[in-house]
Design a binder for this molecule. Sequence first.
Ligand code: GDP
Length: 479
Amino acid sequence: MVLADLGARLNGALSQFSKSSSVDDAAIDALLKELCSALLESDVNVKLVSQLRARVKAKVSAALKPWDGQVNTSQVKKSLEDAEKAGGREANKKNVVQKAVYDELVALVDPGTEPYKPVKGKVNVIMAVGIQGAGKTTTCTKLAVHYQRRGLRSCLVCADTFRAGAFDQLKQNATKAKIPFYGSYTETDPVAIAALGVEKFRKERFDVIIVDTSGRHKQESELFEEMVAIGAAVKPDMTVMVLDASIGQAAEGQSKAFKESSDFGAIIVTKLDGHAKGGGAISAVAATKTPIIFLGTGEHLNDLEKFAPQPFVSKLLGMGDIQGLMEHMQDMAMANPDRQKDLAKKLEQGKFSIRDWREQLSNIMSMGSLSKIASMIPGMPAGMMEGGEDEAAGKLKRMIFITDAMRQDELDSDGLIFFSFDKEGNPVGLNRRARRVAKGSGTSVREVEELLAQARMMAGMARQAGGQNGWMTAMNKMQ
Ligand code: GDP
């Protein structure tokens, strides 16, 4: 998982805090101290970290005031009253603190701006810029594969004539991914190549044309001039800067230098698989108010994760990313149409049973790269993924054991069958069958509860997407 160490530390601090018997200043300070030192270790800027600390403290003290009989906004009062109904007084205070931490972590990586989204039925030109070695060529192919999987015809243009072998590299990647490409061994003017390639693919009505540019020149100013000239020739709908995570918070300076010459609209941060400093790069970029659209998480063509602030923080804190998971399943369905053909139909109709969830779990297991995908599943904390593939596989297997202990009618249900209800029809807890399933599968009631919660969340997403305009339309909107 991306930033697994940071995730594990944040998680550890939050779970330590949730175990504390009373929520006093000392407990909150201890939590904040640990959170801040984890963020600093991930190279997040000191100023940003102290800002986060101050804001969490301010939010918490404002929210907890009503307990002392002080006036506060009705919204906060209501949330505390709701929380009180759900649990004890200390538990409510804990919720307030945890929510404030979550919100501020999201704010830390949220640039507050929306990126351009390629749409089908129009030619979308994307130009990639960034210094050599950042992972530009690799990322261009990953992007093309990403859009292609979502039904947008994609292609690549190599406008890097400075580096010997750049065209060969792009050609090799594109061929492997079955993406059409354009480049030249003889033409030395990158502007001419870019213009010719984009014109050719425009005529052929490709949906997404990705232009890879050079990342180095004898003089830095020449590189920037070239980017401006290519930009003027191909008129990109979006310029993306590709940035290596290992530079940490220096990302801010580098992105500013590029921004001054080529006004890019989005950033992709690469190599987050290997760098503990990634937190610094991500927060530094967010501070420049430029949206990060993807994270590069490995050398393989599939190692590209969509980035959005909330799902990112949710995954980091082990809360999962149901939307990301759904998208991943959709990718698998496209890559493996025979095996998954029923899934798209079910999702279209807004249906999703425990059996479907079981099928998805076994597909995930057969896909490899488990720890990455597993982090999208709620209830799979980052700490658990530290053990890597084996641990993730073990956890997924236990989830499958649970479904193996279920009856056919239970598998075909949405999971409510495992709950007891009060007179008004509200679920009040798990019933005897759920406990029997836990026993029969050699797992715990807690694990059964988690699996049911996951299946229900998936069903909820399916209903939402299917109920509106059909699953595919909903997925296309998410690009
Ligand atoms: P360019 O000079 O910017 O075009 O960079 P390349 O695409 O040639 O990438 C430079 C090196 O970084 C290559 O060895 C890539 O395989 C590697 N690379 C690119 N993206 C990632 C990533 O997300 N993770 C890892 N681990 N390696 C990456």
